[in-house]
Design a protein around this ligand. Structure first.
Ligand code: NAP
Length: 246
């Protein structure tokens, strides 16, 4: 079997930004990494190649996590190729920021489907096998915005806060099977998602971060490795935010 008995980790949106840092860190730690992407195949190729060149194992897989059918196809393909999924990192996410009075129903639904319903889609496909295998690690990448709220982000904050409640409930239901379910709540991290914000808005945000700088994606990857290695921590939120929210 091509997995050489490695544990299999699937990272949604593992091709760019925070997800790419998570994929690389898991690859370096000896996990077999499945790098999911939606639109940009070349980014996924780049991360898979980096993992393999460093001596690790990885494959890419395309799929829109907001679509339950895509998730089904993805998980079936991974199981056919690799046999199982031990670790699921629900990382992929989007923003469609707009003040509430101007927000359209489609902007609301797109963010809820991509950032929250995706966790249902993916977890419902992997949890039954994890229960059978008596092992699983699920890490959902929420956000400080799900804890504090964010101007122009009712859709995003609702989805990210929803992920926290989702994780706690799933943690309760799966704890006795050796499965842990946790959230990481990043603050503002230097990725394309944040680079898309207007410069003055970003400057204002950074001025409010006690550490006075954006976080590095590798800091979130370090949190993932900690949670993957922890047997006794479940239903928790790991806040990695430079002191922005305590
Ligand atoms: P990013 O740089 O915009 O990267 C997003 C990644 O998600 C890409 O790999 C993208 O793949 C993938 N993706 C987007 N929609 C997808 C879909 N429908 N199906 C499958 N993959 C999809 O984002 P990021 O800043 O790294 O953020 C990663 C996660 O951290 C998100 O959940 C975000 O909400 C959360 N977060 C970020 C920050 C921050 O400051 N950056 C703070 C708190 C929380 P393609 O390129 O192929 O589309």
């Amino acid at each position: 079997m091509i997995t050489e008995n490695k544990k299999i980790a699937l990272v949604t949106g593992g091709s760019r930004g925070i997800g790419a840092a998570i994929s690389l860190a898991l690859g370096a730690e000896g996990y077999f990494v499945v790098v999911n992407y939606n639109h940009n195949e070349s980014h996924a190729d780049n991360i898979v190649n980096q993992i393999i060149e460093a001596g690790g194992s990885a494959i890419k897989i395309q799929g829109n996590i907001a679509e339950s059918e895509d998730c089904s196809k993805m998980i079936s393909a991974v199981k056919e190729k690799l046999g199982k999924i031990d670790i699921l990192i629900n990382n992929a996410g989007i923003t469609r920021d707009r003040s509430f009075r101007k927000m359209s129903l489609s902007e609301w639904q797109e963010v809820i489907n991509t950032n929250l319903s995706s966790a249902f889609n993916m977890c419902s496909l992997v949890v039954p096998d994890m229960i059978e295998n008596k092992f699983g690690r699920i890490i959902n990448i929420s956000s400080v915005i799900g804890q504090s709220g964010g101007f122009g982000q009712t859709n995003y904050a609702a989805a990210k806060a929803g992920l926290i409640g989702f994780s706690k409930s799933l943690a309760l239901e799966t704890a006795k099977y050796g499965i842990t379910v946790n959230n990481i709540c990043p603050g503002f991290i230097g990725t394309e998602m944040v680079a898309a914000m207007p410069e003055d808005v970003l400057k204002n945000i950074v001025s409010k971060i006690p550490m006075n700088k954006l976080g590095d994606p590798n800091e979130i990857a370090k949190g993932v490795l900690f949670l993957v290695n922890s047997d006794y921590m479940t239903g928790q939120c790991l806040n990695i935010n430079g002191g922005l929210y305590m």
